[in-house]
Structures are given as C-alpha cells and as structure tokens.
Write a protein that binds this ligand. Structure first.
Ligand code: 5GP
Length: 115
C-alpha cells in the first residue's frame, strides 16, 4: 500500500519534518486545523487503527510518546494539546496510513459531531 505519507517517509515528496526516529516520522499537516498541527506516522504499513496488529500495541504507544515529547520540547505540554486518530469514513480518515494528529497552540473547541 502506498499513500502520500509513504511518499513523505521515502522522501519522494517534501514535507516539513519536525521529528524522525527508526520507528516513525512527524511532519506538519499541509492544512493545519490549529496553530500547531503535526502528524505522527509509523514507518511500517498500517492502514487504519482497525489494522493495528494485536501483538504490537507499542506501535501506537510510540506515536503518543513522540507527540508528548514534542509538546514538552516545544513548550506547550502544560498548556495542553489534543491527540486525534481518525478511522475510516465516519471517523473522517482521508489518508490510509495510520497517523496521530497533534493539535495545539490555542484553546481548542469541543470536538465536533453531527449530533
Ligand atoms: P486524516 O483525515 O486521514 O485523519 O488526516 C490526513 C491529514 O493529512 C489531513 O489533515 C491533511 O491535511 C493531511 N495531508 C494530506 N496530504 C498531505 C500532504 O501531502 N502533506 C502533508 N504534510 N499533509 C497532508
């Protein structure tokens, strides 16, 4: 499976990369929904949260820790932030490589529903 995020991981298209390690890449969202909007993406292929291998919960844990570390480094951990993982159609997922959104930099409204 190749998505736009795989192309970013493979440096086939550019992105504003803010963090990388052997397991994951973090880069700024091209259409930010908050003053800070960074995506944390694992390097292994996992299309959606539904596809997270049961034996590899650390895969999501690493994304969460990387996001919390980033928030601390950038100085907004205490002010706060939001982590979002969209899954499939009703969740609003548009890129089918698992990713965690980190949103911060201003008080965020309650997250939306159609209810
Ligand atoms: P999803 O809707 O799947 O949860 O989130 C996908 C996110 O990827 C969206 O917020 C969208 O703005 C972002 N995005 C889509 N294409 C690109 C791209 O080429 N580069 C970057 N940096 N972000 C992208």
């Amino acid at each position: 499976m190749s998505t736009i995020f795989h192309k970013i991981i493979n440096r086939e298209i550019p992105a504003d990369i803010v963090y990388e390690d052997e397991h994951l890449l973090a880069f700024r969202d091209i259409a930010p929904q908050a003053p800070v909007h960074v995506l944390f993406v694992p390097k292994v292929d996992v299309a959606t949260l539904n596809d997270l291998p049961r034996g590899q919960p650390e895969l999501v844990g690493r994304l969460a820790l990387a996001a919390a570390d980033y928030a601390r480094r950038e100085g907004f951990a205490e002010d706060g932030y939001r982590i979002v993982v969209n899954c499939n159609g009703d969740g609003g997922q548009t890129v089918f490589q698992l990713h965690l959104h980190l949103l911060a930099g201003a008080p965020l409204g309650r997250f939306g529903t159609t209810l």
